[in-house]
Design a protein around this ligand. Structure first.
Ligand SMILES: NC(=O)c1ccc[n+]([C@@H]2O[C@H](COP(=O)([O-])OP(=O)(O)OC[C@H]3O[C@@H](n4cnc5c(N)ncnc54)[C@H](O)[C@@H]3O)[C@@H](O)[C@H]2O)c1
Length: 479
């Protein structure tokens, strides 16, 4: 950096630490800001939402993320972390500006909506009062950062050395604090020697723990993030397509996944067959990648991702059909207890939640749906105000003709199955996440609708023994 107000000139000797601004304080930004404060930096979080800024300033995290409230309160109290809506002030006080705003799916398209990223980068570049590094953390389509780099050099005030680098984020909701403090890897894309040194200073703590740093160009950094998500999504859709085969062939997909997972080349994670993925990242990221791959002419990548998306969305439809079939062909005026609203456990995030999607579809078909989730009741109510909500598992199961388990919360897995059964009208249950100990729940009186292969096997058994036992177990057709 050649500007008159470089980091060294502002901070004197090499012992100083860069001051940090974090633009956008949602799931990613609030976590990143608190983690940076924990690593010893002075941090200012900026958001356009005054209510969010007020909540964070008061030490309140407006979403559920284990461990984050404690970290936030600790550093708001220490004075190392504060929040504002004043981006110009935050920019003037900082050296490294992390861009953490949303990149949702565009309405009516698979492409990412880049308005927030464009605006945030533009605002920071214009507001620079001294040299600085703008560091993109948001997930963006490949090519975005190079465009923003040109924008920054056009917009930065004369005499100020402004750089842009990309440092994609890999945190998992529910484990965001640990993932940010102790990341698997740090990817630095498009950083000059000088900004790389500054970022190595920012990430000194995880680097000292042995976290690998991958230094690369901008397009590689952008693609690492979306490729990681695409790979995980593909793994989930793979096991879900195999599970369909298992259902038809009479195999047990959970045992199969365990056996596959013992192979270190494969690994057991992301091999849980069930309702598939959702949330604020995976679905929109694979669609944006599909869109960008098509734009660039990478058709095999685009068609692979299309298939992954189709298999995933088909899982939701399949559970809906299973519910309809389990209730004899119609859910109209039938009471369905839905356990789970969050897109996965340990979060209250209901963005593109498969659980809520299924609950809403059954509600639209005339079912009386009662949803319960340990943490996501408020976010679910805001998104689907027309659904009914219970305050407990018992509320959801009370009087139910069918119970669906759609998010694998520990509370559901460890529930007293016999006690819950005593509240239901019918003890039919569909385990949309394959998370329950089926034998234990069956011995507590719950009935899991059967797959065609299981029904065939039963019929053969019945014919073979020439018995005519009446069985009250609904069959489920594979879709
Ligand atoms: N949530 C995750 O687990 C996660 C993980 C890795 C990467 N990401 C990526 O991080 C980005 C942010 O995701 P998120 O889940 O935190 O989104 P979010 O919607 O929770 O938060 C975005 C925040 O940015 C604010 N904002 C928008 N424009 C702004 C501006 N000009 N100035 C200041 N604030 C502004 C919004 O008010 C909002 O609070 C996305 O690109 C996402 O794909 C998210």
């Amino acid at each position: 950096m050649a500007g008159l107000t470089s980091f060294d000139e502002r901070h004197g000797d090499g012992a100083a630490r860069p001051a940090i601004s974090v633009i956008g304080t949602g799931y990613l930004g609030a976590t990143h800001a608190a983690a940076m404060a924990e690593m010893g930096f002075d941090v200012i979080g900026v958001d356009v939402d005054p209510a969010k800024v007020a909540a964070l300033s008061a030490g309140i995290i407006p979403f559920f993320e284990p461990g984050l409230p404690e970290l936030l309160q600790k550093h708001v109290a220490s004075g190392r972390l504060r929040f504002t809506t004043d981006l110009a002030e935050a920019t003037a006080l900082s050296d490294v500006h992390f861009i953490c705003v949303g990149t949702p799916q565009q309405r009516g398209s698979n492409a990412a909506d880049l308005r927030f990223v464009d605006t945030a980068v533009e605002q920071v570049a214009r507001a620079l009062t001294h040299d600085g590094v703008i560091v993109g953390k948001s997930t963006v389509p490949v090519g975005t950062a190079a465009r923003l780099q040109r924008l920054v050099s056009l917009l930065a005030p004369a005499g100020i050395d402004a750089e842009l680098a990309w440092n994609p984020e890999f945190l998992r909701e529910g484990k965001a604090v640990g993932d940010t403090l102790h990341p698997d890897r740090i990817v630095l894309g498009g950083a000059s020697e000088r900004s790389e040194a500054l970022l190595r200073m920012v990430y000194a703590a995880p680097i000292a723990e042995g976290t690998p740093v991958v230094v690369c160009d901008l397009p590689t950094a952008e693609l690492v993030k979306v490729s990681a998500n695409a790979f995980l999504a593909t793994k989930i859709s793979f096991i879900n397509s195999i599970s369909e085969l298992c259902d038809l062939a009479g195999a047990d997909v959970s045992v199969l996944a365990d056996a596959l997972g013992h192979d270190v080349r494969i690994g057991r994670q992301f091999l849980n067959a069930g309702l598939g993925f959702g949330g604020g990242c995976l679905p929109k990221d694979i669609r944006a990648l599909m869109f960008r791959a098509t734009e660039l002419g990478a058709h095999s990548a685009a068609s692979l991702l299309q298939q992954v998306d189709e298999i995933n969305m088909g899982r939701r439809q399949r559970i809906i059909e299973q519910a309809v079939e389990a209730l004899g062909g119609s859910v109209l005026n039938r009471r369905i207890g839905v356990l789970g609203a969050a897109f996965k456990p340990n979060t209250d995030d209901v963005r593109d939640s498969p659980a809520l999607n299924v609950a809403a579809a059954l509600h639209l078909r005339g079912a009386q749906v009662v949803v319960y989730d340990p943490e996501a009741m408020d976010t679910a109510r805001r998104l689907f105000p027309t659904l009914s909500y219970g305050e407990s598992m018992t509320d959801a199961a009370r009087g139910a003709d069918l119970v669906l388990v759609l998010t694998e919360w520990t509370e559901f897995i460890e529930a007293d199955a016999a006690e819950l059964a005593s509240f239901a009208t019918s003890t039919l249950i569909i385990d949309g996440r394959n998370c329950l100990d089926r034998a234990a729940w069956e011995s507590a009186g719950w009935i899991f609708p059967q797959t065609p292969a299981a029904v065939d096997a039963q019929q053969q058994e019945i014919v073979g023994s020439r018995t005519t036992r009446a069985r009250n177990i609904p069959a489920i057709a594979a879709s």
